[in-house]
Ligand binder design. Structure first.
Ligand code: SAH
Length: 220
C-alpha cells in the first residue's frame, strides 16, 4: 500500500492548520521546501505497524514507552520556524521515532538528535539508516545538556515540553540561530516559543501557539 491518498490529505490538513492559525503564527503558508519534505518522508514507516492506517491523521499517535509522534501540522510548523538552509547544522531534543529528524534531514546539512530512552534512540537510528538518512546522528543522553561537542547549532528544536529554555541549549545556539521549544509544565498550559539570537548575540523570545507535548524529563 502506498498511502498516496492519505499523504495528500495530510498535506491538505497541514495547509488548513496553517491558514487557521495564521494570525497567531504570522505565517500564511509554510516554506514549499518544508511541505515537500512532509510529502516525501514516509510517515507510515515511523508509527507502530497496527497504527499505519492512522499515520496521516492530523493528530499525535502513541509510539510506546509513553511517548508520541507529533501531529503533522506541528512537525511542519516547527520545522518552518527554524528557517533552515542546506548548510544548517541542527540539533533536535527528543528523537522519539525519528520522524521529525527525518524531516529535518531533508532541509539541513547535518542533524544531531538526542533521546533519553535507549530503545527509542536505537530503533530510530536503525529506521533512519534503513532509509539512507545518512546525515542524522542520534545520541542517547539528557537533552537538557545539549550536545556541546557538536555545537554551535544554527537551529535547535525541542519536541518535549520544558519549564524553561534549558541554559545549555541557549549557549549552544549560533548568533543568528533559532530555537523552537514548547514551554510549560507537564500536562498543563504549554506555549510553543521561538527564541532568536541576533548576530550581536541578543536573544528575543516570541510566543507562537498553545500546544500539548509530553514532558521533557531531566536526567538520562
Ligand atoms: N520528535 C519525536 C516525537 C517526540 S516525543 C518524533 O518525531 O517522533 C518526545 C521525546 O522526547 C520522547 O521520546 C522522550 O523520551 C524524549 N525526551 C524527554 N525528555 C528528554 C530529555 N531530557 N532528553 C532527551 N529526550 C527526551
Amino acid at each position: 500500500m502506498t498511502f498516496e491518498r492519505e499523504r495528500q490529505q495530510m498535506i491538505a490538513d497541514i495547509e488548513s492548520g496553517v491558514a487557521f492559525t495564521r494570525t497567531m503564527t504570522g505565517r500564511n503558508r509554510l516554506d514549499p521546501r518544508v511541505m515537500e519534505a512532509m510529502q516525501r518522508v514516509p510517515r507510515e514507516d515511523f508509527v507502530p505497524e497496527n497504527l499505519r492506517a492512522s499515520a496521516f491523521r492530523d493528530g499525535a499517535l502513541p509510539v510506546g514507552h509513553g511517548q508520541t509522534i507529533s501531529q503533522p501540522y506541528i512537525v511542519a510548523l516547527m520545522t518552518d520556524l527554524l528557517e533552515l538552509r542546506d548548510t544548517s547544522i541542527v540539533l533536535e531534543i527528543g528523537t522519539g521515532t525519528g520522524y521529525q529528524a527525518a524531516i529535518l534531514s531533508q532541509l539541513a546539512r547535518q542533524v544531531y538528535s538526542i533521546e533519553r530512552i535507549p530503545e527509542l534512540a536505537r530503533s530510530a537510528q536503525q529506521r533512519l539508516s534503513e532509509m539512507s538518512c545518512d546525515n542524522v546522528e542520534i545520541q542517547c543522553s539528557d537533552g537538557y545538556l545539549g550536545w556541546p561537542e557538536k555545537a554551535p547549532f544554527d537551529g535547535i528544536v525541542v519536541t518535549a515540553a520544558a519549564p524553561e529554555v534549558p541554559p545549555a541549549l541557549l549557549e549552544q545556539l549560533k548568533p543568528g540561530g533559532r530555537i523552537v521549544i514548547p514551554i510549560g509544565l507537564p500536562y498543563s498550559h504549554q506555549e510553543l516559543m521561538l527564541v532568536t539570537r541576533d548576530p550581536q548575540g541578543n536573544t528575543d523570545t516570541r510566543k507562537i501557539l498553545d500546544v500539548a507535548f509530553v514532558p521533557m524529563i531531566e536526567g538520562a
